[in-house]
Design a protein around this ligand. Structure first.
Ligand code: 5GP
Length: 190
């Protein structure tokens, strides 16, 4: 997706060989016109699939997922929560996720009210790195006995192993920009 790649080249900051910062248009300030194009592109790539729900993870996935949902007949967006409210979130599906960027484990939770066995779920996230977040969401879809229809990613770091982990579960992955390398302070696309 050229518009996305141009934004990455113009605004992204290479933090080190593993991490890209995209606060200018995706993770802090959000470029809504770009999000609209991202939503259209996800629709184009998953157009033959029947989708009843979009599942994402807080916080950065939410904006992208909401705009994308408008291209899928306004299906509901459910986001996995990273923080637990003791007496409010009792009946939940949950999965443990390891964050390589934060170097710690955290739990993600979705209320059993909002995912069920009839659901056909498109998972959306901002980044795919080692696949921990996406696999945590796939675990939750499995616990609900719902069907994972696909995983849609805005930026994939192709030099990490996330894609393989998702494909191992027989779920298709579509990434709108795939980065091959961040070496020498440079973004190289696949
Ligand atoms: P994974 O779970 O696939 O290892 O990592 C994906 C999650 O970690 C995404 O939800 C994203 O929030 C965060 N992440 C991983 N790598 C990067 C990166 O290079 N830049 C940013 N901004 N977030 C990242």
């Amino acid at each position: 997706m050229e518009l996305l790649k141009n934004n990455i080249l113009e605004h992204a900051k290479v933090i080190d060989e593993r991490i890209l910062k995209v606060d200018n248009f995706l993770n802090h300030q959000m470029d809504v016109a770009l999000f609209n194009e991202i939503g259209k592109e996800f629709k184009r790539r998953f157009q033959d699939k029947k989708i009843t729900k979009i599942l994402t993870i807080e916080a950065s996935g939410i904006g992208i997922a909401c705009i994308t949902a408008q291209y899928f007949n306004n299906v509901p967006v459910v986001f996995a929560k990273k923080h637990h409210a003791n007496n409010l979130d009792r009946d939940t599906y949950e999965s443990e996720v390891y964050s390589f960027t934060k170097e710690k484990n955290y739990k993600v939770r979705v209320s059993k009210e909002y995912l069920n066995a009839e659901d056909k779920v498109l998972i959306i996230d901002d980044f795919l790195a080692h696949g921990q977040a996406a696999c945590g969401l796939l675990d939750i879809v499995g616990q609900a006995q719902a069907t994972p229809v696909g995983v849609g990613i805005v930026i994939e770091k192709g030099f990490q192993k996330g894609r393989e982990k998702i494909l191992d579960r027989n779920v298709p992955v579509e990434s709108l920009a795939i980065i091959e390398s961040l070496k020498n302070n440079q973004v190289i696309f696949a």
